[in-house]
Design a protein around this ligand. Sequence first.
Ligand SMILES: *Cc1c(COP(=O)(O)O)cnc(C)c1O
Length: 413
Amino acid sequence: MSIHEEKKDILGQSYIYMNYQVDKKGFYGNFGGAYIPEMLVPNVEELRNRYLSIIQEESFQTEMDQLLRDYVGRPTPLYLAKRLSEKYNTTIYLKREDLCHTGAHKVNNTIGQILLARRLGKTRIIAETGAGQHGVATATVCALMGMECIVYMGAVDMERQKPNVERMKMLGATVRPANSGSKTLKDATNEAIRDWINNPVDTHYIIGSVVGPHPYPDLVARFQSIISEEMREQLIDKTGSPNPNYVIACVGGGSNAAGAFYHYLNEKSVNLIAVEAAGQGVYSGHSAATTFLGKPGVIHGSKTLLMQTEDGQITEPYSISAGLDYPGIGPMHANLFETGRAKFYSVTDGEAFNAAMLLSRMEGIIPALESAHAIAVLENIPVKKDDVVVINLSGRGDKDLMTYITRKDEFTK
Ligand SMILES: *Cc1c(COP(=O)(O)O)cnc(C)c1O
């Protein structure tokens, strides 16, 4: 199936309609699908067959809206950053996902998935986590719903991210170390998949970004799309138009960007800017700039762009920010890159670090290191005086305080 669909406009002229959403087979153009072991097919099929009808039920939407409002704190503000706007001689709004309960956008998705899991009759939740942010967001909603929660985490990551391990335990989750391979995220993912194969009936696997086999990328994008839904209404209020000139978001797996882009995908006048982590430099060997370095391949059950060696082994990514430290990118974004609908930039550790300092001093907002990548790209895009720019501030910087304290001398001159 092609994503380039020929249509006729009202005058009978034919034009090409590009569909950036998932197709019936689970693909975004050349990317996506469900490349999974046979043992996992029943679990994924059940989800695929039922997710759309469940999340469109009125009772689902009522419960979801209420939790997003009263528990997460939505709608999050769209804040006019006056001093930052002056510095870059344009108009910059920040979408304040950093004000969500638990400190980032991830909870929008875990709330949605736990409500879905309950309606699928599941009683047990599993998840994998790298830095622990998705683990915390999952443990939080499991506590809220009184459901059993098991989070797989690489043993090395557990050591590196102790505060988040303690948070998950405090919220009642069991954190199980993955001791194989490099003892990091991909090993935790393998353990979670093994668990799901062994517990197909009572268990739902909450994936934390727009990655994994179909229907996960679409499911997660729909739950995060509340971000651009609110942006449109808030912009009408503030500027008279729902459409800005730019929407900017950082990309790890791509869930906050998917949410910020979602309702603008077919609005050609809106420039979509995705920012990846260049780590110590795109070609330094220590980077997570997937669209610059990646080739098509399969990771976590999905065909997408992926950093890999000549013979197809996944290479270890690197970024100062744990949330962007991922060797792939969601299939929606691989397609946005390939079609040119979104422009991809990359930002180094140092540039992100300094952007975090800048935002703190200029606006009194300490951002997550991930989100600081989206701020830093302002140095590289040709914004004009009359432009309206929206930056999705995906999370707050509390979790990064030790990095901000200990690496200051390295990055500031
Ligand atoms: C996890 C995380 C990210 C990266 O994940 P996406 O799926 O790419 O959004 C970005 N920002 C923050 C604050 C995060 O916690």
